[in-house]
Write a protein that binds this ligand. Structure first.
Ligand code: F6R
Length: 655
C-alpha cells in the first residue's frame, strides 16, 4: 500500500493516506498486509501481536481474514490479539459487548487459541478497574508489544475510545463516552438511555507504541473528521490527529471518506489542476466558482479577475477567463438546476417560449405523466427529505408510488406503543385470548415502564409507524394503494448482530422495481444517519438495480438522491433544485407532524436536538438563502437532489 503524500499534497496531508474506490477493496489490502505479517512471523517461529478494533469499519477486514483462513490456509495459531476497548459496565456475554462482537466476527471462525485473545473486561468491579487497566498494559508488554494496530475513527475523532480531550500520554483507563459517540452507539443498544456511559480503552500512548498502525474509515459521514485528523493540527480535540506523529502509520479510506480532503474538495489549492491529473470540467468549474463566491461573500456575477487571482484560481482564469465569462458559465449552471417541474413539464400546460425543464435527461423528459417511485428508508424520510416535491409530483398528475423500506419499529418507544395498546384496552376492543395478552402487556408496562422485546411488540410498533405514514401520505395526496411497506428483513437483526443485507432484502427490492418499472426513482442519499439504515437501504437499491440492469427500462430511468434530517447537499453537488412556496412548506410540516412517535423524545434524534420538521425547514430555507447569496432568485425554501444516470447508478453511488 503506497499512500505517502507526494509533493504539494504533503503540505496539506500530514499522514500517508491511500484512497480506494470501495471499502471492500481497501479491507482486502489491509487483510493482505496482516496475513503477510502473520506468515512472516510463523516462518520465524514467532507470534504476531495484533491490536484490534470493533464497530462497523473492520467488518470487511475480519470477513476477509476469515475467508483467507478457510480458503488459503491462513493460520492464526501464532496470533495474539489485544482489543482496543470495551463498554463499561457490560459483561462479556452481553450480545452488545465487544468481546461478543470479536467472537462473532473473527475469533469463532479461525484457529486462534482462546487464551491468546484479550479484550478489556467490562465486568470488573469498579474498585478493580484501575488494576485491570494496568494489568492490560502489562500483558501487552509481556506479549512483546503490538506489531500491527487496526483502528477505526469515531465522528468525534476518537481512536479506541479516546474522546476529545484525551492526552497524548494517556494509557489504558476508564473513560466517559462523548455524547456524540453514545448517540452513534444508541442504535446497537435500543436507544440512548440504554447506552453505557463509560468504556475501558487503551490510551493514545498505548496505541502510538504499536510498531505499525493502520486507520481505516469508510463513508461520507467520516469525511469531515478524516480531514481534521489528516490535515488539521495534532490536538487532543481529535485524538486520531496524534497519529501524525507515528513513523509507520497509514490511513486507508474509501473515496467517500476522502471526500472532504483538499485534494478532492478544493484541488485547485494544490496548484495547477492539470498537474494533479484533473481537468477544469463543468463540475469542477462550478465547484470552484461557488467556493470563491462564498469565500469572497459576493454573488457569482460580481466576482472579478482579482477575486479569482487572489484566491489561487489563476489557472481557471487562464483557461476559461476573463472573470465575466467564467461567472456566466457558473451562473447558468446553477440556474439550470432550478425547476418547479421535478417530473418534467406537462405538455398540455406548456406555452410556446417556455424554457425547457433542464435538469431532466432527454430520454425521460418527453414522457408525461411518469411512473415515479419515492424510496423512503424509514416511514418518515420521504416527507422530511422531499415532502414539498412529493406533493408537487402528485399534483402534476404523475403516478407516484412511495415505498417504505424498513418498518421503523426500532424508533418507536415502549411508551408510544403502550399508549396505543391502552386505547384498544380502554375502548373495550380487545376480546378473546389476544385481548388477554394485550391487557397483560398493558399492566406489565404500567408496573415496569417497559414492554418485552418480542417479535410481536416490534411488529405492532411497525404498525404504529405505518398508520403515521398513511396519515402523512394523505396530506401529500398519495393514494393509499400506491404505498408499499417493504419491511426489509435486515432491519430486524437481533441485538448484538450487525445488520447486513441478505438475498431476501434484495429480492423484495427487485420485485418492487420490476413490477413498477419507474421512470424516475427518488431515494435517500442521506448517509449520515446514526444507525446506518440509510446506507443499507441504498445498497439494497443498488444491488436490485444491478440485478435488473439488462432490462431496457433501467437504462431509461433516472435516480435522484435526496437528503433529509441529517445533512444537505452542498450547492455544488445539486442537479435539481425545487423551490417551494410558503404554503408548500406548511403543508410539508403538516405531513411531518403525522409522525407523532418521532416528535419530542424520538429515540434517534442523533447529534441534533431539533425535531425533524424544524431540521427540514431550516435546511431547505438555508439552501434557498445560499442560492440567493450566490445571486439567484430569492425563494422561501428549496428541496435539492443529486442526479445519477443509469450507468452511474451502479458505478458511483456514494456508499
Ligand atoms: C472500536 C473503537 C472505535 C471505533 C470508532 C468507529 O473498537 O475503538 O474507535 O473504531 O468508533 O466506529 P465504526 O467503525 O462503527 O464507525
Amino acid at each position: 500500500m503506497n499512500g505517502t503524500a507526494p509533493g504539494t499534497l504533503s503540505r496539506f496531508e500530514h499522514v500517508p493516506l491511500a484512497v480506494f474506490p470501495t471499502s471492500s477493496e481497501a479491507s482486502r489490502a489491509v487483510a493482505r498486509e496482516i496475513a503477510a505479517l502473520i506468515r512472516a512471523r510463523r516462518d520465524a517461529n514467532r507470534n504476531a501481536v495484533l491490536g484490534l478494533a470493533t464497530g462497523s469499519t473492520p467488518l470487511g477486514l475480519y470477513a476477509e481474514l476469515v475467508r483467507m483462513h478457510r480458503e488459503e490456509g491462513l493460520s492464526f495459531a501464532n496470533v495474539v490479539t489485544f482489543n482496543l476497548d470495551e463498554y463499561y459496565p457490560l459483561p462479556a456475554d452481553n450480545p452488545r459487548s465487544y468481546r461478543h462482537f470479536m467472537q462473532a466476527y473473527l475469533f469463532d471462525h479461525v484457529d486462534i487459541a482462546p487464551g491468546n485473545t484479550h479484550v478489556p473486561d467490562g465486568s470488573v468491579a469498579t474498585a478493580e478497574v484501575d488494576g485491570h487497566c494496568r494489568a492490560y498494559e502489562d500483558s501487552i508488554r509481556a506479549a512483546g508489544g503490538i506489531d500491527f494496530q487496526v483502528l477505526g475513527i469515531g465522528r468525534t475523532g476518537h481512536i479506541g475510545f479516546n474522546e476529545p480531550g484525551s492526552p497524548r500520554r494517556s494509557k489504558t483507563r476508564i473513560v466517559t463516552l462523548d455524547s456524540l459517540t453514545r448517540r452513534d452507539a444508541s442504535g446497537d443498544f435500543g436507544g440512548e438511555s440504554n447506552t453505557p456511559r463509560y468504556a475501558l480503552t487503551m490510551g493514545v500512548r498505548t496505541i502510538l507504541e504499536s510498531r505499525r498502525i493502520v486507520l481505516m474509515a469508510w463513508g461520507q459521514h467520516k469525511a469531515e473528521i478524516v480531514r481534521a485528523a489528516v490535515e488539521g493540527p495534532a490536538t487532543p480535540q481529535v485524538t486520531a490527529s496524534f497519529l501524525q506523529e507515528h513513523e509507520h502509520v497509514q490511513f486507508v479510506v474509501d473515496r467517500a471518506a476522502a471526500g472532504a480532503l483538499t485534494r478532492y474538495r478544493t484541488p485547485w489549492l494544490l496548484g495547477a489542476l492539470g498537474d494533479q491529473g484533473l481537468e477544469w470540467d463543468p463540475a469542477m468549474m462550478r465547484r470552484a466558482i461557488i467556493w470563491l463566491s462564498q469565500l469572497r461573500g459576493k454573488a457569482v456575477l460580481k466576482l472579478t479577475d482579482d477575486d479569482y487571482n487572489e484566491a489561487g484560481l489563476q489557472d481557471l482564469l487562464r483557461i476559461h477567463g476573463p472573470a465575466y465569462e467564467v461567472n456566466l458559465a457558473g451562473f447558468y449552471q446553477l440556474q439550470h438546476t432550478i425547476t418547479g417541474w421535478p417530473g418534467g413539464r406537462d405538455p398540455r400546460r406548456t406555452k410556446p417560449g417556455d424554457a425547457p425543464v433542464r435538469p431532466l435527461r432527454a430520454a425521460s423528459a418527453g414522457v408525461f405523466p411518469k411512473r415515479i417511485l419515492v424510496l423512503s428508508p424509514h416511514p418518515d424520510d420521504d416527507v422530511i427529505g422531499m415532502g414539498g416535491t412529493l406533493c408537487r409530483l402528485v399534483e402534476h398528475g404523475h403516478e407516484v408510488h412511495v415505498a417504505y423500506q424498513v418498518s421503523g419499529a426500532n424508533a418507536v418507544s415502549d411508551e408510544a406503543l403502550a399508549r396505543a395498546l391502552r386505547f384498544v384496552r380502554d375502548a373495550g376492543l380487545a376480546g378473546g385470548p389476544a385481548g388477554e395478552r394485550l391487557r397483560s402487556l398493558c399492566s406489565g408496562f404500567e408496573a415496569s415502564g417497559s414492554l418485552p422485546e418480542t417479535a410481536e411488540v416490534q411488529h405492532w410498533k411497525g404498525l404504529v409507524r405505518r398508520q403515521e405514514a398513511l396519515g402523512a401520505a394523505r396530506v401529500c395526496g398519495v393514494a393509499p394503494g400506491s404505498m408499499h411497506f417493504l419491511d426489509l428483513p435486515f432491519y430486524r437483526a437481533s441485538p448484538g448482530t450487525r445488520r447486513q443485507l441478505a438475498d431476501g432484502d434484495r429480492s423484495i427490492m427487485r420485485d418492487l422495481l420490476g413490477a413498477l418499472r419507474p421512470h424516475l426513482i427518488f431515494a435517500a442519499g442521506d448517509l449520515d444517519d446514526p444507525h446506518g439504515t440509510h446506507r443499507l437501504c441504498l445498497h439494497a437499491l443498488r444491488d436490485a438495480l444491478s440485478g435488473l440492469s439488462g432490462e431496457p427500462w433501467v437504462g431509461e430511468s433516472e435516480l435522484f438522491l435526496y437528503r433529509g434530517a441529517w445533512s444537505e447537499w452542498s450547492a455544488d453537488e445539486i442537479d435539481l433544485a425545487v423551490p417551494l412556496s410558503p404554503q408548500e412548506v406548511l403543508r410539508r410540516r403538516r405531513a411531518i407532524f403525522c409522525h407523532e412517535t418521532q416528535k419530542d423524545m424520538a429515540l434517534f434524534l442523533g447529534d441534533d436536538r431539533r425535531e425533524f420538521w424544524q431540521r427540514s425547514e431550516d435546511r431547505s430555507r438555508r439552501l434557498a438563502e445560499t442560492y440567493n447569496a450566490l445571486g439567484l432568485a430569492e425563494y422561501e425554501a428549496i428541496e435539492a437532489f443529486k442526479r445519477y444516470a443509469p450507468e452511474e447508478f451502479l458505478r458511483d453511488l456514494p456508499l
